[in-house]
Design a protein around this ligand. Structure first.
Ligand code: GDP
Ligand code: MG
Length: 226
């Protein structure tokens, strides 16, 4: 049976990849103090108590019509579509920004359960920052600190509580793993997208657009091999 899917969505630099890495227990997504470091969608398995689920990190939603921003937004929209539950992440040190409101608009339309995480609340004194985030209209804001690992239990209890009833462990022992390696700009991302028949990886003429290692399932490819 399909595992529940959780997507972490928010504008760039609020700490999505930091939370993602903490929840999956390994450093998979690149974290840096530069907006727009993560660009594609990154998937990993995460666990909370007895529940295993798929977690997606996204590049972020930023207002603007630069091709890369448009593509990052598009990747986030695909993640929103795929998700059973969405963690909407904001930066508790900066207040609500226009980009946060832009993300909120997309999320209102999604009709999915949204859990609002207010990140960078690194100490208890900062907890009073969270009240203004009620105005986003997603209910209780959960104060968390990705850097310090605070508040994640309460956030995850809420997330898991929204999972559809089901869950049976899926075994993927028969999956064959392979990597696609080549120098920048030779067409690796285009090839992956062509095999999957979807826009899984951002394709751009700019060298070095894909920064993270992208894992994806190629059911179609396996059928071709058989
Ligand atoms: P993303 O663009 O949303 O994925 O954000 P990143 O995870 O790359 O983090 C952006 C910056 O915020 C990095 O410098 C992180 O170290 C920093 N950061 C992430 N979480 C926290 C936190 O809980 N507290 C503080 N103070 N900084 C954080
Ligand atoms: Mg990131």
């Amino acid at each position: 049976m399909r595992k529940s899917v959780v997507a972490i969505v928010g504008r760039p630099n609020v700490g999505k990849s930091t939370i993602f890495n903490r929840l999956v227990g390994e450093r998979i997504s690149i974290v840096e103090d530069i907006p727009g470091v993560t660009r594609d969608r990154i998937y990993a398995q995460a666990e909370w108590l007895t529940t295993t689920f798929s977690l997606i990190d996204t590049g972020g939603i930023e207002i603007g019509d630069e091709p890369l921003l448009v593509q990052m937004r598009h990747q986030a929209e695909i993640a929103i579509d795929e998700a059973d539950v969405i963690i909407f992440l904001v930066n508790g040190r900066e207040g609500i920004t226009a980009a946060d409101e832009e993300v909120a608009k997309l999320l209102y339309k999604s009709n999915k359960p949204i859990v609002l995480g207010v990140n960078k609340i690194d100490n208890p004194e900062m907890r009073e920052n969270i009240y203004e985030y009620y105005s986003l209209g997603f209910g209780e804001p959960f104060p968390i600190s990705g850097s310090h690992g605070l508040g994640l239990g309460d956030l995850l209890d809420e997330v898991v509580g929204h999972f559809p009833e089901k869950e049976e462990e899926t075994k993927d022992e028969e999956t064959i793993y392979f990597s696609l390696i080549g120098r920048p700009n030779v067409g690796k991302s285009s090839l992956v997208n062509a095999m999957l028949n979807e826009e899984r990886v951002i394709v751009s003429e700019i060298e070095g657009t894909t920064r993270d290692a992208i894992d994806t399932h190629l059911h179609r490819m396996i059928r071709i091999l058989l």
